[in-house]
Design a protein around this ligand. Sequence first.
Ligand code: EPZ
Length: 409
Amino acid sequence: MHGEVQISGAKNAVLPIMAATLLTSERCVIRRVPRLSDVRFMGQILTWLGAQVRLEGDAVHVHAKKIKGAGEYDLIRKMRGSICIMGPLLGRLKKATVSLPGGCVIGARPINLHLKGFEALGAKVVIEGGYVHASARRLVGSAMFLGGRAGSTVLGTANVMMAAVLAEGVTVIESAACEPEVVDLANFLNAMGARIAGAGSPTVTITGVKELHGVEHEVIPDRIEAATYAIAAAATNGEVNLRGARADHMHAILDKLNESGVKVERNGSGFTVRRNGRLKPVDITTLPYSGFPTDAQAQMMALMTVTPGISIITERIFESRFMHVSELTRLGAEIEIEGPSAIIKGGKNLSGAPVMASDLRASAALVIAGLAARGTTQVNRVYHIDRGYENIDGKLRQLGARIERIEES
Ligand code: EPZ
């Protein structure tokens, strides 16, 4: 693959930022919004809550003048990320009812830490009939520890931050998630008039304010989309410039690419990746930010299947995020799973076959493996990939890939 690709706005920044617009009765405009099914879902949920939502080009206009406090089951169940409407509803209305998001293929994904944070702010939390109800006469700032089994929680930190911005007094979140998407949300909230300090570090301090105002904001580029194209370039022995990508959000990923023999050159518009001779096997352990992101684990595994030698990938964030292993094996890869680790005996020539996507990042890994395999690979259930990648087949064709979307019969 050769050429240049424009990196879109970050899905995992846009979703909580769209939810945060519920915190003000004034207009908000969010720019560099990727056209994704998850964004449309969040738009439907905000509309259902009473907000006026308009998707226009790469912008979303939201006016949550008057809203109600309950999120409808059918909409919420479609997208786990929508749990992050709970914090803004509780913050603004002092009540929120949202259907409990069930587990998903990558893990149980409980929300106990979100609820722990709301209770620490003085909310009464009740789980009943598949719904979680949180309510409070008043929210009062307090100190809390939000670390869990796998360390910090991204949407848990976001949710509690959004409930605390309108609380009375000071809230201190310890073991807060440090992801760039959490920082982008804090920047959006501060632009609305909130007082958040320390976002991006494990200790976040929020001083409550009376009200927030409307704002315009451009979201950060998607580091996971950028990682996916960088890895695809390496897997196909190509050279690609990732326009708009932020290398400073991707240290762990670029470090591993470098270690595996991929050259990364920063430039004014982003950075370029190209293979520098033979690939080398690397070991990876997924960790909370600034460690190696779990959302790039599957894609990196696809690269290691075509890399001569043994590499070990250990998944520490989600209990069952190896759904792509059996499908990569269908393409001829040799992978063994031992507890939380996958041992990849790489360097085999992959050969194209029909495969099944199981979740967003697994489907990206199958596309990368398909690009590196001989013959034709057919990836089924691409609705998974449309949730998180804007126009992936169009962008890959731009880089010289032979890929086409066919309607499933
Ligand atoms: C966010 O999910 C992302 N989603 C995920 O991206 C990403 O994989 C994940 O963070 C980790 O980086 C969005 O931002 C919309 P967590 P989130 O709470 O916030 C456990 C993608 O591919 N946990 O940080 O739901 C949890 O089970 C998606 O774009 C608790 O135990 O993840 C997991 O093991 C997939 N209790 C770990 O913490 C809680 O209350 C990290 O989860 C919350 C989480």
